[in-house]
Design a protein around this ligand. Sequence first.
Ligand code: HEM
Length: 128
Amino acid sequence: MRACLLLVVALCALVNVQGRALSQTDALPAAPAPAPALDEGAVSASGAPLFTLEEVAARNSPESAWIAVEGKVYDVTEFAPTHPGGAGRIYAIAGTDATERFMRQHGRPSMQWDLLQNYLIGELAPST
Ligand code: HEM
């Protein structure tokens, strides 16, 4: 009888612990929203992949650094650490339309502009 009572007490404790663990998990803040999914089908008239500014904005870190310059989208993740002006300057413009800063610093035509073309991945979707 005593053993039975002990078993019931132990079971109750177990259910309580699991219940608490579950409610703690439920109380965790929601995971950050994933980066907007690329619309695989969106292409420009010339067949280039189209990206929205929101999609570019999501690539704003050293792990994934995209910029837009004059309506074109570039993935400069690989280039950033080798930028002669410092990687920080590229990360500062990652995820943005960097037309003004790029043109002010390097202009076009320039060897920097030519280099940038190696990282072209698509075009900015026309704003809606
Ligand atoms: C993918 C190509 C490149 C991009 C997107 C890029 C972008 C930039 C940007 C946004 C800045 C800062 C502008 C500002 O502060 O407003 C900058 C600065 C600079 N970049 Fe580039 N750049 C590129 C290629 C190059 C190359 C090939 C060189 C050298 C041969 C270079 C040398 C410099 C230098 C010296 C500075 C100025 C650093 C300072 O003021 O201390 N960049 N670049």
